[in-house]
Design a protein around this ligand. Structure first.
Ligand SMILES: C[S@@+](CC[C@H](N)C(=O)[O-])C[C@H]1O[C@@H](n2cnc3c(N)ncnc32)[C@H](O)[C@@H]1O
Length: 179
């Protein structure tokens, strides 16, 4: 009896690991693998986008949630993050909780291709050119006029940036304004 119970526990643990690992790999393929933007660069990006109190900040693929924490804690924004990897979704939740931002930052376990982004005032993105290609129609049909977009490292493939900034670590930030 206890032998059977042990086998069931092992099967359960393996299933959970396969679930977490499988979605981690799947998410990296459909959007981008997890790499965190340095905090300094996030602050530089928000200064460029003039993120201010009350703005709705969206991070598509929010990783460990640090973009959301900085947006809400240091800039007074309402931050919304979407993350499909269960591990990083949980890390974002924990990060928001530990930083005391539960009222101003939220993370959703969602595939961002299926999320409506029409309410965003500012968007922060670090994704692959392949993912940006898939977002072309969505951005053109959902984003409202005046939305400021900052992408880190890669430009959007379907719009010309209004400005390109070299960051303090030599990487690039691309700034867009929806017209
Ligand atoms: C390069 S990381 C950027 C993390 C964070 N935005 C930052 O700058 O620190 C990209 C993140 O997007 C997530 N991701 C990729 N495709 C996604 C999708 N379709 N829906 C939700 N999250 C996705 C990945 O799991 C990963 O955490």
């Amino acid at each position: 009896m206890s032998y059977l119970f042990l086998i069931l526990i092992i099967i359960l643990i393996v299933c959970i690991l396969v679930f977490f690992l499988g979605l981690e790999i799947y998410t990296a393929i459909i959007g981008a693998p997890f790499v965190s933007t340095p905090k300094k660069i996030i602050r530089e990006a928000f200064k460029i986008a003039e993120l201010k109190h009350g703005d709705k900040l969206y991070d598509l693929g929010c990783g460990n949630g640090r973009v959301l924490v900085i947006a809400s804690k240091e800039f007074g924004a309402q931050a919304f993050g979407y993350e499909f990897s269960p591990l990083h979704y949980l890390l974002s939740k924990l990060n928001i909780y530990l930083n005391g931002c539960l009222k101003s930052a939220q993370v959703f376990w969602r595939n961002f291709y299926k999320v409506n982004i029409g309410n965003a005032d500012v968007m922060f993105l670090w994704l692959t050119p392949k993912a940006f290609k898939k977002l072309d129609h969505k951005f053109k049909s959902e984003l409202k006029k005046g939305t400021r977009i900052i992408t880190y490292s890669s430009p959007l493939v379907f719009w010309k940036p209004k400005q390109i900034y070299e960051t303090s670590n030599g990487s690039k930030l691309f700034y867009y304004l929806v017209e």
